[in-house]
Ligand binder design. Structure first.
Ligand SMILES: C[S@@+](CC[C@H](N)C(=O)[O-])C[C@H]1O[C@@H](n2cnc3c(N)ncnc32)[C@H](O)[C@@H]1O
Length: 266
């Protein structure tokens, strides 16, 4: 009998996607206000007892999720599965940030951190509750005793809108076309895809294309994974496209949920 090929992990899929997307990632996300978003996230972390300034940014991409922390005096270590994304982060950050290629499913112990975060959909590239629990366990192993973990996940509303629509972003020399392949009534826990095409103004040739594959995680799955990874959830927030965290999480209006956790106390 022929052996069944092992299914690809979320990390393997994401690596292929982001190796191809790296040159256009900053153009596609140019409208995201990281300065404002991270300021609000730090405020809610402080309310949950944030201490110290050692940050591990997991799935840091081109650096947008840690760069605003540098002038605030944070000491940053950051990692991503895509070497091409990290190369762009390195160009912006230079030597002041320790940058590592790493899959969050097999995250090494880089040290002891006061804050670990994984931002802007990175967690949704994990494709099952088992992968989510494994990644969170690896993050926990990098937390200082008083350290906090924060991550966001896309809510169902994001998959029923952005992942079910076509969006065109104009850029110098062409367009970025996001073609959501999802359904407007996609079920909780679904895996959704979107094809992205990089179209050049020049004549001829097929547009370069890549496919994003993400899984929706509903609140009960996330809370179970946090507990299964030996942590306790301190707070859950939600926000819409304005990026301002609010409680309670409301899946009819929020496109993202934000979870804050720490190592479970004995
Ligand atoms: C939408 S980008 C967010 C990047 C950055 N955090 C930001 O806010 O701009 C998602 C990132 O997650 C990374 N990623 C996805 N799955 C990963 C995994 N298993 N391990 C490490 N990085 C991963 C991708 O390579 C990509 O850089």
């Amino acid at each position: 009998m022929e052996a069944k090929a092992a299914a690809e992990t979320g990390g393997e899929w994401a690596e292929r996607t982001y190796e191809a997307m790296a040159p256009v990632y900053d153009d596609f996300t140019a409208h995201h206000d990281y300065e404002g978003w991270l300021t609000d996230l730090v405020k809610i972390l402080e309310a949950d007892g944030l201490q110290g300034k050692r940050l591990l940014d997991v799935a840091c991409g081109t650096g947008k999720s840690f760069l605003p922390m540098l002038p605030r005096g944070w000491q940053v270590t950051a990692c991503d599965i895509s070497p091409n994304m990290l190369e762009l982060a390195r160009e912006k950050a230079g030597n002041v940030v320790e940058l590592k290629v790493a899959d969050m499913l097999e995250l090494p112990r880089f040290g002891e951190f006061d804050l670990i975060w994984a931002l802007d959909d990175a967690i949704n590239y994990l494709l099952s509750p088992a992968e989510l629990r494994q990644a969170l366990s690896c993050m926990r192993a990098n937390l200082a005793p008083t350290g906090l973990l924060l991550f966001d996940v896309n809510e169902l509303l994001a998959y029923r809108t952005f992942f079910a629509e076509t969006v065109v972003v104009e850029r110098d020399g062409g367009q970025l076309v996001w073609r959501g392949l999802g359904e407007k009534d996609v079920a909780p826990g679904s895996i959704c895809e979107s094809r992205m095409e990089v179209v050049s103004d020049g004549e001829g040739g097929e547009p370069a294309a890549l496919t994003h594959r993400q899984r929706h995680f509903h609140e009960a799955e996330v809370l179970a994974a946090i507990e299964g990874a030996g942590m306790e959830c301190l707070d859950v927030y939600g926000h819409g496209l304005d990026g301002i965290p609010r409680q309670p999480l409301d899946d009819s209006t929020h496109t993202k949920a934000i979870y804050i956790a720490r190592s479970a106390r004995d």
